[in-house]
Ligand binder design. Structure first.
Ligand code: ARG
Length: 268
């Protein structure tokens, strides 16, 4: 039995690559907004056909990266830990998320002191929170996160600029079974050792699959929506009992984000 999930997504109405804040973004390369919308709608519809609920955050003009809803907050036990973006181009997204939560019955909405980009850098496993740092979220946000949710936070150092958010390098497949997949070289040696200790049975991704955004996937504990180009992950996922669903997010990947980046989980 799959527990139905609730996700928050924001349509790519104003999606463009008009600045570069990660190595994937090249403002001189054209993007096709119609194709981006098509791919985003396909993802939304797949969630819905799997029985999940998708809530919609209204996009705002001038915020081309707002489609990456995962960065706007971290929600656990119905409580919201807001975001504070590292780059000026995205700062205005945080209050837009905050307003959405306040307007949708969330009473506890924390306005963070330290830089953190929501689920871009924070992930929820069985008993813990994993937290990335090195490019975007400040190491100080980790202590703030732990204090707010009262769950132990494991800090992980990201070292490769192409994998600038934790969710580009690691995906929680099943919080209940504490199962994850990740790309070791995205992490510092110490963090790699921490991951090996915590998740000895993890699915280890190749560089090719990581570069294809294969770790920027969303799992409901059974179905794993994963960028289709990460072909090397499909068989090992099936062998572990998951049902991988390949999706094409090529247009949004021009801004350095894929399936997971477009999806904020509302853990109520
Ligand atoms: N262009 C966006 C940025 O650099 C992409 C964000 C991707 N989101 C994510 N959760 N990794 O901030």
């Amino acid at each position: 039995m799959i527990t139905p999930r609730r996700y928050l997504m924001c349509p790519p109405t104003y999606f463009r690559v008009s600045y570069a804040i990660n190595p994937w973004m090249d403002p001189t390369k054209p993007v096709d907004p119609a194709l981006a919308l098509f791919q985003w709608e396909d993802l939304r519809d797949r969630y819905r056909s799997l029985g999940h609920t998708v809530e919609i955050l209204q996009p705002l003009p001038g915020l081309p990266d707002m489609v990456f809803a995962a960065n706007g907050a971290t929600v656990l036990d119905g409580r919201v830990f807001g975001a504070r973006f590292a780059n000026a181009e995205r700062t205005a997204e945080a209050p837009a998320h905050r307003e959405w939560f306040l307007g949708h019955g969330y009473a506890a909405v924390h306005d963070p002191r330290h830089i953190n980009e929501g689920e871009g850098d924070f992930a929820v496993t069985g008993g813990r929170l994993l937290a990335g740092r090195g490019f975007r979220s400040s190491h100080r946000s980790h202590a703030e996160l732990q204090e707010y949710f009262g769950r132990p936070v494991i800090g992980l150092e990201l070292v490769d600029p192409r994998f600038y958010h934790l969710d580009t390098a690691l995906c929680v497949l099943s919080p209940d079974r504490d199962d994850v997949m990740y790309y070791p070289d995205a992490f510092s040696p110490g963090s790699r050792a921490v991951l090996a200790r915590l998740f000895p049975g993890a699915l280890i991704a190749s560089r090719a699959d990581a570069v294809a955004f294969g770790l920027n996937a969303v799992s409901d504990g059974h179905n794993v929506l994963v960028p289709a180009a990460a072909t090397g992950l499909l068989k090992p996922l099936r062998e572990r009992g998951y049902a991988p669903v390949g999706v094409d997010m090529s247009e949004l990947q021009k801004a350095g984000g894929s399936v997971k980046c477009c999806t904020l989980e509302l853990r109520d």
